[in-house]
Design a protein around this ligand. Structure first.
Ligand code: AVJ
Length: 332
């Protein structure tokens, strides 16, 4: 006599295909009619974009993923003991790769992977549900800039935001996001944040402009996304990948550069977009942090940083924080 779990993941869709579509159209119209032109990095991640990002995490120059994994491998037990969480929520979980380290250490009852990309999320949630038959998996399709208050609130929660994805937000977006996190965390809930640290520009540029050209493919893929989603006619071969260290802002930025004067039509938006020869369109910022300063930012948002860990080289950091307003760390 045995009770078998069905080992399938449940999916909750907070951002419907129509909602996502409306957001894409609105943001792309705004971005392509602005000076300078800009696209939001979240639109990279269609199926191909998610695969290309996965490939990036394995290129020798892209140290971020390996550094974060080494921190989690070394300290997951400690993180589990400090948080004592029964629910693990992972924002922007993508393929949920590093998540396994946390799942193994925490052994939560419920895992909530949260991502905008429904297809990628479905596939990885099903895979995890099969790999961890005792784990309840509730995948949530949503946008972490809008849907944090709608996250499941059962048990003591660990909210993980890894991979330095926070670096993709502009400073004002970032402040708003951190405030939302603080407001969402209940008594004893914890926030685990992975961030890339400021280092030599040459290493940073190498990480975002690899010689094998994987990052270039990833970056240019966003034009294919627009072609497909908005009936566009971008000639991808008429653009090139550019990665640049912005020393003032302390962020890496990626652009696509138009190789000639050209006009692109986005039929679904009834929009013609003129590019000059050499014109740059920014597709991503990836901010790099100083630990002390970032901890101050978290404190200002109502998040008390309890501890942080770095990898041996000091390239990357993982921070653990609690909400301060009316919240207390679990008593022990
Ligand atoms: C998804 C935030 C981890 O900003 O480093 C990788 C995306 N862009 N190479 C980052 C990315 C170019 C990446 N994160």
């Amino acid at each position: 006599m045995s009770a078998t779990r069905n080992q399938t993941a449940e999916i909750a869709v907070l951002l419907s295909a129509e909602g996502r579509d409306a957001e894409l159209r609105e943001e792309v119209r705004l971005g392509l009619t602005s000076t300078p032109k800009e696209l939001q990095p979240k639109w990279f991640y269609d199926v191909r974009g998610s695969e290309l990002f996965d490939a990036i995490t394995r290129i020798p120059e892209y140290y971020l993923t390996r550094a974060e994994r080494s921190i989690l491998e070394r300290h997951a037990g400690e993180i589990a003991a400090m948080t004592d969480a029964t629910t693990l929520i992972e924002l922007g979980s993508g393929t949920s790769d590093k998540t396994r380290i946390l799942l193994d250490a925490l052994a939560p009852r419920l895992f909530v992977p949260f991502d905008v990309s429904e297809e990628t999320l479905r596939a990885s949630a099903q895979r995890l549900a099969r790999e961890y038959p005792d784990l309840e998996v509730l995948a949530v399709v949503g946008d972490f800039e809008h849907h944090l208050p709608l996250l499941p609130a059962n048990g003591r929660r660990l909210l993980a935001f890894l991979g330095s994805t926070i670096g993709n937000l502009q400073p004002t977006q970032r402040a708003r996001f951190l405030n939302d996190v603080a407001a969402t965390l209940g008594d004893g809930d914890a926030f685990l944040l992975g961030v890339d640290l400021v280092k030599s520009p040459s290493r940073l540029v190498a990480a975002y402009d690899d010689p094998a050209g994987v990052t270039s493919e990833f970056n240019l893929n966003v034009l294919r996304v627009l072609n497909r989603e908005l009936s566009g006619d971008f000639d991808v071969s008429a653009f090139e990948h550019v990665a640049h260290w912005n020393a003032e802002a302390e962020w890496m930025e990626m652009f696509v550069r138009s190789l000639r004067e050209q006009t692109v039509r986005l039929e679904s938006l009834e929009l013609d977009v003129a590019f000059d020869a050499g014109e740059l369109m920014r597709t991503e910022i990836s901010a790099k942090f100083h630990l002390r300063r970032l901890a101050n930012e978290l404190e200002a948002a109502g998040l008390a940083v309890e501890r942080w860990w770095t990898d041996e080289a000091g390239d990357f950091a993982v921070l653990l924080a609690w909400a301060t307003q009316g919240n207390t760390a679990p008593q022990r």
